[in-house]
Design a protein around this ligand. Structure first.
Ligand code: ADP
Length: 475
């Protein structure tokens, strides 16, 4: 089967969060399972782009209303990621260091989607399935079906995978003229609450919708930033598939980014060395339990709870625990977290920013990982943490509900229900007591470490969906 994944992120080319991890891994495992897999993403100004060799396989001009942007399709020459990687180079729009956050993001990602389809239609072969990811690629299923110029590939089946339903890619009908010509009787597919909503378009028009965990699929029927009724109406073509993790990239036995490699058989010595390194770097006390957070500092991640919860826990357990935060996002949260450094020197520290190497060391060197998320479509941190022998402390939501079971129920982590400072601190208290009970602590840790979250099994679930929608065509 020929499968295209179209995405804004793909590790290690360009990553902001879990979307990048998934699109870096799922295609690799699909290719290894015998399929022809191609990943397409915009050509940002990244280290990966600069350090690897590419060949130009196609060029053209994207028409975006009255604007014309020359584009090239660049293929990474060696397929080193385990699949064919293609970058859509539109210098005017993407030759920038960041992936998102520009005023012209709508123009950027619309151009990316149109250029991708212009290229696909120019190829000699037609893919069996196009798997779109999140709102940045949500217009593709609509264009394929209704834009006149893509008529000859209109039967290609599409899946949209929702990694985060909060972000939806809204834009006004004043930009409708950006889209390639289509029969206006289909304009209703574009509309949601009087705007064009890229994610809603993808959900309406794709042949199948997947979310990155079963629980998240249930939750977005109740709360989805305005799309609840839409999710309800497409339930019959939707499936929640729990993400896997790339066990080659995230492997404490081989990870080059950590201080000392270890396995489930010698985790105590291995984790101690990593913890000592981390504590030395951040002036923390390695003899005390270390609670860490890695992620985007936003309300959806419970980032707003962190400053207060950290202060409360650190004063209640004065000198007895360490807390370390790695992340960036809301500037007010960043400031509050930075200020805390003055009050709890030696037991608290924060690194504002994005740092892949440090994230690996934190998973390896921490005792607990904090995930007080309000919304967590899947969450990868808890799975990475468990693989590295770090116990997750999570709010039961989305994929956290599907992967973490409280140690009171013979599980692999610590769970609470409310996104509140009180619940986070209650869980930290339980964690401090568990840490003192080394036999039980190690039991919980080992349950997490021995769990199988690999992509092999999961990637087959995607193939089953592709087969199902392809067969629908043939009936
Ligand atoms: P998200 O909602 O952000 O996609 P996920 O849990 O699905 O959350 O994935 C987060 C991914 O991003 C993980 O690989 C995590 O280690 C990584 N990550 C998040 N913030 C940072 C950061 N500041 N530095 C390094 N890695 C980070």
């Amino acid at each position: 089967m020929e499968i295209f994944h179209i995405s804004a992120e793909c590790y290690p080319v360009a990553k902001v969060g879990g979307l990048g991890d998934v699109v870096g891994a799922l295609p690799k495992y699909q290719q290894a399972a015998g399929h022809s897999v191609r990943v397409v993403l915009p050509c940002y100004e990244t280290k990966f782009k600069n350090e690897n060799d590419f060949e130009c396989v196609h060029w053209g001009t994207v028409e975006l209303g009255n604007y014309n942007f020359p584009f090239s399709v660049l293929k990474e020459k060696t397929d080193k990621l385990g699949f064919e990687l293609y970058l859509i180079e539109i210098n005017e729009l993407f030759n920038r260091p960041n992936i998102y956050g520009y005023e012209d993001d709508i123009e950027r990602f619309l151009s990316f989607q149109i250029a991708t389809l212009d290229w696909i239609i120019a190829r000699n072969t037609t893919p069996d399935v196009i798997n779109c990811h999140d709102h940045h690629t949500g217009i593709i299923p609509f264009l394929l079906q209704f834009a006149y110029k893509y008529e000859s590939i209109k039967n290609v089946k599409t899946v949209i995978t929702i990694h985060n339903g909060l972000y939806q890619g809204w834009f006004g009908f004043d930009k409708l003229y950006y889209l390639p010509k289509f029969d206006l009787k289909h304009v209703g597919f574009l509309e949601w609450s009087n705007s064009i909503n890229s994610l809603a378009v993808g959900i309406k028009c794709a042949n199948a919708v997947t979310t990155v965990s079963p629980s998240y699929l249930n939750e977005i029927n109740i709360s989805a930033n305005g799309l609840e009724s839409l999710f309800n109406s497409v339930r019959s073509k939707s499936k929640g598939i729990l993400n896997g993790i790339d066990i080659e990239v995230w492997n404490p036995m081989k990870d080059q980014m950590i201080e000392e490699n270890y396995s489930i058989d010698d985790f105590e010595a291995g984790k101690r060395k990593n913890k000592e390194k981390l504590c030395e770097q951040f002036e923390l006390d390695p003899s005390k339990p270390l609670f860490s957070f890695i992620g985007r500092l936003f309300e959806e991640k419970g980032g707003d709870l962190l400053p207060h919860a950290a202060a409360l826990a650190l004063s209640e357990h004065l000198g007895e625990i360490n807390i370390l935060i790695l992340g960036s996002g809301n500037s007010e949260i960043e400031t509050q977290l930075t200020q805390l450094r003055n009050d709890y020197k030696g037991n608290y520290n924060v690194f504002i920013g994005y740092n892949e190497d440090l994230a690996h060391l934190i998973y390896a060197g921490s005792d607990y990982i904090l995930m007080p998320s309000r919304v967590e479509p899947c969450g990868l941190n808890q799975m990475y943490a468990m693989r590295y022998g770090t116990i997750p402390i999570v709010r039961r939501t989305g994929g956290l509900r599907d992967t973490v079971i409280d140690f009171g129920d013979e599980g692999n982590g610590i769970c609470h229900d409310q996104a509140s400072v009180a619940d986070v601190c209650y869980s930290i208290n339980r964690a401090v007591r568990l840490y003192e009970d080394k036999i039980n602590f190690n039991k919980v840790l080992k349950r997490g470490m021995s769990a199988d979250h690999s992509w092999e099994r999961v990637c087959q679930e995607y193939i089953e969906i592709y087969n199902l929608i392809i067969q629908q065509n043939e009936i």
